[in-house]
Ligand binder design. Structure first.
Ligand SMILES: [Zn+2]
Length: 204
């Protein structure tokens, strides 16, 4: 049977969740966008996303499939798992961007986020010195660390705004150069977030 033919009645269907001839639940696609019936855009409307999530949660709930075939019971479990993952990833702009980059062949940023962004070198150096001093018991550096924490949090928010701009630009032009820019904003953002986490750990 062709992948896009209904497993139950054999009619061709348009990669939708339910066969439009016999209404059987089909094998779910692992593509988060297709699964939710969305265009593959980086900018998403959170309310629309939430409505799609609730609607599909109801339609796919395993309780609805108790009396159906074992194939549909199995698909409803798989589909529910994909739905939950898709919603968790797509509603978070950072996770969504990582997902979209991976789908388009960009490597994950986990490794590269270890490198200090060059424009932050000096501040990161001073921050590490202050952290060291605090660990050695010098509490006089606390105000300096509080300041640094605020500053890096502001930089993180700036990255979030920048990401949203780049999302809209990519949706308009579909240029891989924009994806490369998104990759570097994400790396920088992750670096900053780790730094804020380190400072917060020492300040409690
Ligand atoms: Zn069918």
């Amino acid at each position: 049977m062709e992948p896009n033919n209904c497993w139950h009645c054999g009619h061709a269907h348009e990669a939708s969740l339910f066969c439009r001839f016999c209404n059987s639940l089909q094998r779910p696609t692992p593509d988060y966008y297709r699964f939710l019936g969305l265009e593959p855009r980086l900018h998403l409307d959170p309310e629309d996303l939430q409505q799609r999530f609730y609607r599909l949660s109801r339609l796919l709930h395993p309780d609805r499939y108790h009396r159906r075939t074992s194939t549909e019971r199995q698909y409803s479990l798989e589909a529910t798992a994909i739905l939950n993952d898709a919603y968790r990833v797509l509603r978070d702009p950072v996770a969504r961007a990582e997902y979209a980059l991976k789908e388009r062949g960009f490597e994950s940023g986990e490794r590269r986020s270890k490198d200090v962004p060059p424009e932050l070198l000096e501040e990161v150096f001073e921050l590490n010195m202050a952290l060291e001093e605090l660990r050695d018991g010098d509490t006089s550096v606390r105000p300096q660390l509080e300041q640094a924490r605020k500053k890096f949090l502001a930089l993180q928010q700036e990255s979030d705004r920048r990401l949203e701009e780049l999302f809209q630009r990519y949706d308009a032009v579909s240029d891989r150069a924009v994806l490369a820019e998104i990759r570097s904003v994400l790396d920088r953002r992750r670096y900053i977030r780790n730094l804020v986490g380190e400072v917060e750990k020492e300040l409690v």
